[in-house]
Write a protein that binds this ligand. Structure first.
Ligand code: MN
Length: 735
């Protein structure tokens, strides 16, 4: 592990003076340094060092990133609210509100940390805080990143358990943020430090591999540098050239994810050339390709198409003397600064211009396409999604994005691997997603489930009045698209329900009118309330819905309603007594056809309808009436032999079989989680069967559960849909 030397306050000021000259700004930094020393006096870190050493380090690293004076000052002060009991207002009075706000935001992120709760929701809530703060003001995350960097550099003083947890969090959350903001200098260091604490054996193994033959590699790189330098000087190009080494974690990642041996990694011999202009970059590339044979398919022009974290450079891989393979990166000074310091370089502090945090934030959102999405999620979904859902969305849609496609106007959109035009459409705009009917990729019309690749130019065909279908949930890769589609479908479902309720109202009022009663009088809320219990519903809408889907007889409702109202005459009383004397019959099948007593009825096996959903009967030649779901494809296309059937009064004990098909991404404990979700809905499980497609890592789970009614079934489906990595849950129908 590297040794770090602690800087002093003078070093921070010296570093700041390289780009900050205003006496007031320098005084502000010095004042913050003294304030921190005074207030943290007597506090010590686990290492035994005075606490202020940590603050000087944080401020120093911030200064090397060339941030503004307020951010450096906030670096010195970032722990005074938490550790010295100083309030936001005191800080605002002693300095200014800008600094007080920054310190407060950093403190708010920090207060959930180091408590070591194992609850994943708790962790996620903590991470969400980080992201929301970052979406509001990117300077907060810069301070937080640097704070974490120094804490990682001094992690050896923590107990082993904390080391592992902090390192894991750093690798999962902070390194990707640094990467996304283009601050590769910090990202690489965070990754290597985390790697060391998480997997020391592998860390040392890779370090040893790098060490062997290092002299040989250095010699090859140096001789190549001499040759290229001579060539570029001949051609009057001004440049800097140097060899660079990959950091250990990136070698480890290549070896594990791409299954490469150490000596198969092509960019171990790497050279960087920094020139004066974009034109020089292309010229340099031309000279190099003229002299050395390039490996086909390895030339990448990130100058013309920058990465979404603003990274720009030309990459090529060439074969040098003795068949040695070199990776060459060519870029301008400006591009090099952005490659190392990302956001911090692009928005580096410029003296003399008034700093406007809001304007900068907006500019970052414009420049960093992903940041805008991310800021949107953070606003949008912070209230109505759980912290773990939010984290999953970020993880999938922002951090794992690695397909870069373009709009016809050249805007780069980043998507996760395997994303489709539907994901793209929802990224452009919700409405574009909802009304997408086709896609044109690189001038050819393609189906909406086509997998997109980096460099594709994508255009979406829309048609007003259309909407997403349930099938789309199987196709999309981003959580953003998935959530939008689900919300759309839910809304449509509730509209459908509203229609059914109206239909129920109409059936009931027609029935009343037919019997000579005035619906207005009998369908009063008060009167209806009296009969809810009789029909086992708890409200108006359930009653009307029941009438519409025929689980409740309009006739029976009419009778109850009118009996409640009118005094019985003798005839009626007699009828009632007679009726009551007959024992309440619950039909064997749980189904009835009004007016027909002795018809054999049974549930159709193709669609397995359950109590309280719309049904229809089909009169078979030999097996009596088969009852199907009203939308069963087997019955929808038939014209004759259909008959209205009703659910009988519920027999609370009766259970109906229902077959479900779950499609999910394969992972450990998937089946356990599904079984748990089902049993939490109190539905006994009859059978469960899973098969995995090893190519797509998709698991198909078929199960038969036993349930009481459609409401319970919908709950089961909703619960299973919430299980992690589940794409779709559907009732099977063997049409
Ligand atoms: Mn700190």
């Amino acid at each position: 592990m590297a040794e770090y030397k602690n800087p002093g306050i003078d070093d921070v000021l010296a570093e700041a003076r390289t780009y900050i000259h205003s006496p007031e700004s320098l005084a502000l930094i010095e004042q913050a340094a003294n304030y921190a020393s005074e207030h943290h006096a007597g506090q010590f870190r686990r290492s035994g060092e005075p606490y202020v050493i940590h603050l000087i380090n944080v401020a120093y690293i911030l200064a090397t990133l060339k941030v503004g004076p307020a951010t450096i000052a906030a670096g010195f002060l970032h722990d005074v609210i938490e550790d010295c009991g100083i309030s936001h207002d005191e800080l605002a009075a002693d300095f200014n509100t800008e600094i007080a706000d920054l310190v407060e935001a950093v403190t708010k992120i920090g207060t959930l940390e180091y408590k070591g709760k194992d609850d994943p929701e708790y962790q996620a809530a903590n991470h969400r805080k980080i992201f929301i703060a970052m979406a509001r003001d990117v300077r907060v995350i810069l301070i937080k990143l640097v704070d974490r960097l120094h804490n990682m550099r001094t992690l050896q003083y923590q107990p082993e358990k904390s080391q592992k947890r902090i390192a894991a969090e750093t690798l999962d959350i902070y390194a990707p943020i640094a990467h996304r903001l283009g601050i590769s200098a910090i990202k690489n260091e965070l990754e290597d430090l985390s790697f060391y604490y998480l997997n020391r054996e592998e860390y040392y193994r890779i370090a040893k591999l790098v060490e062997t033959k290092k002299a040989e590699r250095d010699e090859a790189v140096n001789s190549m540098i001499r040759d290229i330098s001579a060539m570029l000087e001949e051609n009057h190009i001004r440049f800097r050239i140097f060899g660079r080494s990959k950091h250990l974690y990136s070698i480890y990642r290549k070896m594990t994810t791409k299954h490469k041996r150490f000596d198969e990694i092509l960019d171990l011999l790497a050279i960087r050339i920094v020139t004066q202009s974009e034109l020089n970059c292309y010229e340099t590339l031309g000279y190099i390709h003229a002299k050395y044979r390039p490996i086909p398919g390895r030339l990448k022009d990130y100058i013309a198409v920058p990465k979404t974290n603003m990274y720009q450079s030309l990459h090529t891989t060439i074969i040098g003397d003795g068949g040695k393979i070199f990776e060459v990166q060519i870029r301008t000074e400006e591009m090099d600064a952005i490659a190392e310091r990302g956001v911090a370089a692009h928005w580096r502090y410029k003296e003399g211009t008034k700093y406007d945090a809001k304007a900068e934030q907006k500019e970052i959102e414009d420049k960093l396409g992903w940041f805008k999405n991310f800021a949107l999620y953070s606003e949008d979904e912070s209230e109505n999604t759980s912290a773990s859902e939010y984290m999953e969305t970020l993880q999938r849609d922002v951090f794992e994005a690695n397909v870069y496609v373009m709009t016809p106007k050249g805007r780069v959109i980043d998507l996760p691997n395997g994303a489709t035009p539907i994901d793209f459409a929802y990224r452009i705009h919700t409405e574009v997603g909802h009304t997408a009917v086709g896609a044109i990729v690189n001038d050819a019309m393609v189906p909406l489930n086509t997998e997109l690749h980096t460099g594709d130019v994508v255009q979406i065909k829309t048609l007003k009045g259309t909407g997403p279908s349930e099938d789309w949930l199987k196709i999309v890769k981003t959580n953003q698209a998935r959530n939008k589609i689900r919300n759309f479908l839910l809304k449509k479902e509730s509209e459908k329900r509203a229609e059914k309720i109206e239909e129920g109202e109409k059936i009931l009022s027609d029935e009343l009118r037919r019997r000579g009663f005035d619906p207005k009088e009998y369908m009063e809320k008060k009167k209806l309330e009296n009969i809810y219990r009789e029909f086992r519903v708890s409200n108006y809408t359930d009653l009307m819905y029941g009438i519409a889907v025929r689980s409740i007889h309009p006739t029976a409702v009419c009778e109850k309603l009118t009996n409640h109202k009118s005094r019985m005459n003798e005839d009626e009383a007699l009828t009632r007594v007679l009726n009551r004397e007959a024992p309440k019959r619950i039909s064997k099948s749980g189904l009835i056809i009004p007016g027909i007593e002795s018809m054999k009825m049974s549930i159709a096996h193709c669609c397995l309808p359950v109590y309280n959903e719309p049904i229809v009967g089909y009169i078979t030649k030999t097996e009596g009436v088969k009852v199907h779901r009203a939308d069963c494809p087997n019955i929808v296309r038939l014209k004759s032999r259909k008959i209205d059937v009703y659910w009988d009064d519920p027999d609370d004990e009766r259970l109906y079989d229902s077959d479900l098909i779950v499609i999910a991404h394969d992972r450990n404990f998937l089946l356990t989680d599904i079984v748990t979700a089902v049993s939490q809905s109190r539905a006994p499980m009859e059978t469960i069967h899973a098969s995995v497609d090893h190519e797509t890592l998709t698991t198909t789970v078929k199960m038969t559960i036993r349930i009481h009614n459609i409401e319970q079934l919908n709950t089961v489906i909703a619960n299973v849909r919430k299980v992690e990595s589940v794409h779709t849950v559907e009732r099977s129908s063997n049409g």
